[in-house]
Design a protein. Structure first.
Length: 437
């Protein structure tokens, strides 16, 4: 579908075949990002990896991130950090259970994910516990991902952008100022503790030591701030959203929750906690995660791609200077691919025609991380976050909604797609007491 949005052309790919054509056959042509004043405000002028145009700077940022943070080896190297933070999360939830207080799931998860990322990146736990500071951080990220920046009329009619008719740019400047203040403090603390990390460099140390690429491209201090922005925004709320939706769907369908817990009891038992090495032996848990990614992708529309040159796709002429949006939400609910697409059925990934589909960008029927050369650099980390943390929550606790409360399954639309009403539930421990030590 081709649209004229103000002075800008945009094409929307809403089927697996259309997505395959654009992101495979025309991958290189649509590898850029369109100019967007709203994005410029929060990315230090497109100095990050997510919104940078395809070129030497982007390649260097992507290479260093993949090698030292987001790739398979780095993932294995930082497993102890994830294990320790999962234990912190469980202890906090145990305390809530003893006090008979409900747990607000997205708050718990964002705090845990932010601490994982900050330890890997900066060797710091930025939140000691859930509290005012972590809640302010979460509110800032949610405001960024679900606010008015999704559609800013100035991005589509550049001639009136200076007027900021919707107040979007002013709002984003305020958010960016808060974020920049937080990151500046973190970087100052990181620099002050350099001697303590001798022989044990974190990701930021590696970036600092490899600032120059082979072709002379250099990573600046602004690039580093913008890259940290990517890691915190993409690595906290997006993973939290998927887990929250998965838990909500299981509370809505208790038989799925019971089956997942039974699988864990059979494979792991109740005398020890889940380890990441257990996940390959838990196919139903994996299926639940895939089904949550299918029904509730954290980004319903892909970040916009951009082509400077015209092309012809599936017999249609696409003019130059056109934006591409991939409707990930619609592709995951395509009735030609998915039987009962509006039903949460993890078993569809265990048998039948869709059993072999995975979300890593190879099957265009399910592309929650995108596909092609601009596929999410953190797809491996994202899958581990979702599978390990969701598995930990399921194995460690039984779950129930507050008395008399109905489950609200409405969505809050934006760049991300969280639940409109955050999930609150009471938890009770289900493992042997020694397993929580």
């Amino acid at each position: 579908m081709y649209l004229k949005m103000g002075t800008c052309g945009a094409v929307v790919a809403s089927s697996p075949s259309a997505a395959r054509n654009f992101l495979k056959a025309f991958d290189a042509q649509f590898a850029n990002r369109p100019p967007a004043i709203s994005a410029k405000e929060v990315t230090y002028g497109y100095q990050n990896m997510v919104f940078a145009n395809y070129g030497p700077k982007w390649k260097l940022l992507r290479k260093l991130s993949s090698l030292h943070l987001l790739g398979a080896k780095a993932l294995a190297d930082w497993a102890p950090v994830r294990r320790a933070e999962a234990a912190h999360m469980v202890r906090g939830m145990l305390d809530a259970a003893r006090r008979v207080r409900p747990v607000t799931l997205p708050d718990v998860l964002v705090c845990a994910f932010a601490n994982i990322i900050s330890q890997i990146t900066l060797s710091l736990r930025i939140f000691d516990a859930q509290g005012e500071e972590s809640n302010q951080y979460k509110d800032m990220i949610v405001e960024l991902l679900t606010g008015g920046d999704l559609f800013n009329i100035g991005d589509f009619v550049p001639g009136i952008a200076w007027m900021d008719l919707q107040g979007v740019q002013a709002k984003l400047r305020r958010i960016h100022k808060r974020y920049d203040g937080m990151v500046t403090k973190l970087l100052e603390a990181h620099a002050a503790s350099a001697k303590q990390r001798e022989g044990k460099p974190d990701f930021l140390d590696v970036i600092m030591a490899n600032r120059e690429g082979e072709d002379g491209e250099t990573i600046t201090d602004v690039n580093i701030k913008a890259l940290v922005f990517d890691l915190f925004t993409a690595g906290t709320d997006t993973s939290s959203i998927i887990i929250e939706w998965a838990m909500a769907e299981m509370l809505k369908n208790p038989s799925i929750l019971r089956r997942a817990q039974a699988e864990m009891d059979r494979v792991i038992g109740r005398d020890r906690k889940l380890e990441e090495s257990d996940i390959p032996k838990l196919p139903y848990l994996q299926a639940i995660c895939k089904e949550a990614l299918r029904m509730h992708p954290s980004t319903p529309l892909s970040l916009p791609h951009f082509s400077f040159d015209p092309c012809e796709v599936e017999g249609y002429y696409i003019p130059g200077n056109t934006r591409l949006l991939v409707n990930i939400w619609a592709i995951g609910r395509n009735p030609d691919v998915w039987e009962d697409p509006l039903e949460f059925k993890p078993e569809r990934f265990l048998s039948g025609k869709t059993a072999g589909i995975d979300p890593q960008g190879n099957y265009f029927e399910l592309i929650p991380f995108g596909a092609g050369r601009r596929i999410c650099a953190g797809k491996l980390v994202g899958m581990v976050f979702v599978q390990y943390m969701l598995g930990t929550l399921l194995q460690s606790f039984d779950w129930r909604l507050p008395e008399g409360e109905e489950l609200n399954m409405n969505e809050k639309f934006g760049l991300a797609l969280p639940k409109a009403v955050p999930l609150k539930a009471f938890v009770s421990p289900r493992l042997a007491a020694a397993a929580y030590l």
